[in-house]
Design a protein around this ligand. Structure first.
Ligand code: SAM
Length: 359
């Protein structure tokens, strides 16, 4: 007993202090996501696009208060989004990192920031404890009965914002995916649940004999056709509208891609999708599942934190989540597919490509 009292009343060791500081720092960093969302909502990056400006000028351009913008810009200065100019301390310049918060720039993250900081996700994060209690399962009967993409179909603005965010994110990693997998010798590829179709252009450009189809719900048609036209691929790439639960997928293609699709669904629905793809495949077709593959053993490093961010974002939004390679092997097996290769990519989120063929 005396030992115990001595232990808890002794001064904290240097090690404990370092951990206290580290945890306090992690907790304090909670503001960063909120500040990025506000910067995107107020279009601060656009206000600084033509060169450095004072906080007052940014306030006038964004319709916000000068004192508020001053706080926001200083906060953004600590995370490398803007730079406070030494000689004129009330003047701020957009950094290359900050320019990714502009719309319509290559690799733009503006919509991703807006979606991840939007009401749906924030409400989800507020219920994380409940989600963790329930696990990967619906949190309510309504959620159990709901196809989230049916709801999106009734909200054109939210639908376009979601698909633009996905399209931007996918455009930013599509080159790395095209480089990671050898499509040589293939004639046709179908991107199932391909959204606005930003995955196919780098693949088709590298392989001039390859033709492509983007298959997704009909609400993606206009966005996908815009992307295909901008990539000058209208002669080699089509959009086909339909649901992978009840419409016929284009048959007999050499390769089918499913990127960031299976993570939206529980195991039963995911197997249903895989069976539909399997039905469309010929015996020579291959399927490439492109997803964040969760590590079996986590490490305290940025790469694994990025994967956990993807996993928890899915969990809070929908009660779904990312899977390990072993879990994908099981899912694919249940749909009559066997894994023939697992290929890492150099994408930011270190997504993996799981190649599968008919059993
Ligand atoms: C998370 S997004 C991924 C989009 C794209 N593959 C990417 O990585 O950018 C999931 C996609 O699945 C599509 N989807 C959802 N339900 C579908 C259905 N029943 N039939 C076809 N596509 C569907 C959505 O419209 C959306 O484009």
């Amino acid at each position: 007993m005396a030992d115990y009292i001595a232990e808890i009343s002794s001064p904290p060791t240097a090690v404990a202090e370092a951990d206290r500081a580290a945890l306090t720092d992690l907790l304090a960093n909670r503001w960063i996501g909120y500040v990025l969302t506000t910067a995107a909502e107020l279009d601060v990056a656009e206000a600084l696009a033509d060169g450095p400006r004072t906080a007052g000028a940014v306030a006038a351009a964004t319709g916000a208060s000068e004192s508020g913008i001053d706080s926001l810009l200083r906060a953004l200065g600590t995370i490398g989004v803007v730079e406070q100019l030494g000689d004129h301390q009330d003047t701020f310049a957009l950094t290359p990192r900050g320019s990714l918060l502009r719309a319509e720039v290559p690799g733009s993250l503006r919509d991703a920031v807006l979606v991840s900081g939007g009401e749906r996700f924030l409400r989800g994060w507020m219920r994380l404890t409940e989600r963790i209690r329930v696990g990967r399962a619906p949190i309510s009967p309504r959620e159990a009965a709901e196809d989230p993409f049916d709801r999106l179909a009734t909200l054109p603005e939210a639908q376009d914002q979601f698909h633009t965010a996905m399209a931007d994110a996918t455009a930013a990693v599509a080159e790395a995916i095209a480089a990671a997998y050898d499509f040589t010798g293939l004639d046709s590829v179908v991107d199932v649940g391909g959204g606005y179709g930003t995955l196919l252009p780098p693949i088709l450009r590298t392989h001039p004999n390859l033709t492509g189809v983007v298959f997704d719900r009909p609400y993606c048609r206009a966005g996908a056709e815009r992307v295909i036209a901008a990539a000058e691929l209208t002669d080699r790439c089509d959009f086909v509208g339909g649901s992978f639960f009840d419409a016929a997928l284009p048959k007999g293609a050499d390769a089918y891609l499913l990127k960031s699709v299976l993570h939206d669904w529980d195991d039963d629905r995911a197997v249903e999708i895989l069976r539909r793809v399997r039905e469309a495949m010929s015996d020579r077709s291959r399927l490439l599942v492109i997803e964040v593959v969760m590590p079996d053993t986590v490490r305290p490093d940025p790469e694994h934190r990025q994967k956990v961010w993807a996993d928890l974002t899915m969990l809070v939004a929908s009660g779904r989540g990312e899977r390990t390679e072993g879990q994908y092997v099981k899912l694919l097996g249940a749909a009559g597919l066997r894994v023939t290769a697992t290929i890492p990519t150099a994408t930011l989120d270190r997504a993996g490509i799981i190649e599968a063929r008919p059993v």
